[in-house]
Design a protein around this ligand. Structure first.
Ligand SMILES: Cc1cc2nc3c(=O)[nH]c(=O)nc-3n(C[C@H](O)[C@H](O)[C@H](O)COP(=O)(O)OP(=O)(O)OC[C@H]3O[C@@H](n4cnc5c(N)ncnc54)[C@H](O)[C@@H]3O)c2cc1C
Length: 370
């Protein structure tokens, strides 16, 4: 790195949506920023393989960092997207209990509990609506037993969002170095000395935004209590089906590490179902999983009604950086941990990380961690 001997105010490890949001916030606060990314460009990690849903913050414990940054981040994301012309759409989301669901009464009770959780968390625009109202909103959906409408949920072009955050940072003199895998960080008298595959660098402060590898970076600085457990989510694409207007979700099953196989919409009109949740060994094995077709077909029929096998085609996967191990009963909150002073680790930034990105960066700024 030609910048090797210049000391930056802040070095950020990882140019995913989180690293780029942090870079933008730091550069706006007048810091000199060095962004080190091991891949050839920004946004090719977890940021490139997700549903692109702008979440409302229904599922997380009220007051948790996930709830807080999701709800605040949703408003910040829409404002950013409007200002920076990032493609997005407030589609709204329905959480439904299909009329033919097994144990309908239990599922309706769980829906009411979810609505109550959303209300206590401060999620905007969530209301229980009648099956008749659902039929008006989604004529192609079989009649349901109960539903919640989340008006503020939507979709965003995550790639454009990430690029716009990076461009904002670089317009304020942040420097992105690609093909720069950080291999060591050591505290030094003036801050931190970093070694990467593109040379060495110095910075007063460091933010670890390395996604699936954030636990390995944390270990370089003695923070060993967190381990990332890769949790894969596959998608199937709907073909020749009716067009739905909303994101459509089932009620999350207790203990499910995912949200249950649901319908997500794309900005170009595409419709996908997924992701499921399967713990895997490899952090980056994205090989196809066609064998899940029968399971996805059954889940999609339960949610959306009749569907023939050829209306569902495999469509890729993403891998979540979960802190929750397979045997653990509940998800972790997002972890923001400073260790040692001056180095902040962002760990377990799974969903709703895209939605929360701007609010996570804002939290770091407010706490003078940038
Ligand atoms: C299946 C799935 C669906 C999801 N759906 C949604 C959704 O609908 N809505 C939502 O809000 N969120 C969703 N998420 C979550 C969201 O995608 C993530 O929270 C977010 O993308 C995390 O961004 P990140 O910047 O932390 O990680 P990443 O994008 O992975 O960025 C980390 C970067 O660090 C780099 N890196 C790693 N190690 C090093 C190193 N040693 N040196 C230099 N660079 C390094 C990597 O190359 C990578 O580019 C979903 C996630 C998954 C997996």
């Amino acid at each position: 790195m030609s910048e090797s001997e210049e000391a930056f105010d802040l070095a950020i490890i990882g140019a995913g949506v989180i690293g780029c949001a942090v870079a933008s916030a730091a550069a706006r606060a007048g810091r000199s920023v060095l962004l080190l990314e091991r891949a050839a460009r920004e946004g090719t990690g977890v940021t490139s393989r997700n549903s692109g849903v702008v979440h409302s913050g229904l599922y997380y414990p009220p007051g948790s960092r996930k709830a807080r940054t999701c709800i605040q981040g949703q408003a910040m994301l829409y404002a950013w997207a409007e200002r920076h012309r990032v493609a997005h759409r407030r589609t709204g989301k329905l959480v439904i209990v299909p009329a033919g669901a097994a144990r309908v009464a239990e599922a309706v009770e769980a829906l009411h509990a979810l609505h109550d959780n959303a209300r206590r968390s401060g999620a905007r625009g969530c209301e229980l609506i009648s099956p008749d109202a659902v039929a008006r909103l989604e004529p192609a959906l079989p009649r349901c037993a109960a539903a919640m409408l989340c008006r503020e949920s939507g979709i965003v072009d995550v790639h454009e969002l990430t690029r716009s955050l990076l461009a904002d940072a670089c317009n304020r003199d942040a420097v992105l170095v690609t093909h720069a895998e950080v291999t060591s960080i050591k505290p030094s008298p003036a801050g931190f000395a970093l070694e990467s595959t593109r040379g060495s660098a110095r910075a007063q402060r460091v933010v670890n935004a390395a996604g699936l590898y954030a636990d390995q970076i944390a270990r370089m600085l003695g923070l060993a209590e967190f381990t990332i457990h890769p949790c894969r989510g596959d998608y199937f694409r709907l073909r020749r089906t009716p067009t739905f207007n909303h994101l459509i979700y089932p009620v999350r099953a207790p203990g499910d590490p995912g949200l249950g196989i649901h319908l997500t919409l794309e900005l170009d009109g595409g419709q996908r179902v997924g992701p499921d949740a399967e713990y895997v060994d490899a952090r980056e094995d994205f090989g196809p999983a066609e064998h899940k077709h029968a399971m996805f077909l059954a889940a999609t029929r339960r949610l959306l009604g009749p569907l023939s096998p050829d209306q569902l085609a495999y469509d890729g996967c993403g891998i979540r950086p979960k802190l929750r191990a397979p045997h653990e009963p509940a998800d972790y909150d997002f972890i923001v941990r400073e260790q040692p002073t001056g180095c902040v680790h962002l760990l377990g930034i799974e969903s709703p990380g895209v939605t929360a990105a701007l609010a996570i960066a804002e939290e770091l700024r407010e706490r003078s961690l940038l």
